[in-house]
Design a protein around this ligand. Sequence first.
Ligand SMILES: [Zn+2]
Length: 236
Amino acid sequence: MSGVDGAGTSLAERSALVARAVRTLAGGDILTLTVGHVSCRVPGENWVLILGHTHKAFKTLDSIEAADIIRMDLDGRPLDAGGEPPGERFIHTEIYRRRPDVQAVIHGHPETSTYFGVAGREIVPVYFRAGQFAPRVAIHDYAGQIDTPELGRAVAEELGGSTALLLRGHGTVVVGESIEEATVNAFALETNARIQLYASQLGTPRLLRTEEIKAHKNTSVWRYYVKRYDPLFGED
Ligand SMILES: [Zn+2]
């Protein structure tokens, strides 16, 4: 597990970045303290990095380190001795098989977004930093664990070319062209859901106009989320 990829990022640095995303998303309640996972591609490789099972170590996701990130092939098999990918690994593998543009995948259980899946109401972009979810976030009508390749394929097909998908009664799947972008997208989806929910108590939410919709590729706000939510910020 060594070497430097074309982007000048070593595997150790990339693992540390995935761990940082996990802690930040856990601190921001996009991942709960024990469930949810983040993965990313490594340029030139046919395997991905993903958060391994931490239940046996009694770790919570706010204390994940680079050593907890493992290599997994696109059949869901661990490539490191002792590594065990999460049961819902097939969300990740099947999306990577279908989406060459996707570099990172996040599966979380943020509460407000989940209300929409349960109620059968689609999330639509109302928040200016949520244009990447236009025209709407579809709802995958299955509330169980995505723990087989077939179930993963159904998720990937429903996601299609979109940035996010709701899993009814379960959570969200969000993708990006980098770990930072996927993380920012995951926060933006939950923020949009919260604004849409509260606005609907006051009246009919106004959608972003077509000319107002733009995907926010600027990932500078990644640093904001890290500083605010990563419990290990400043210690690493
Ligand atoms: Zn899940």
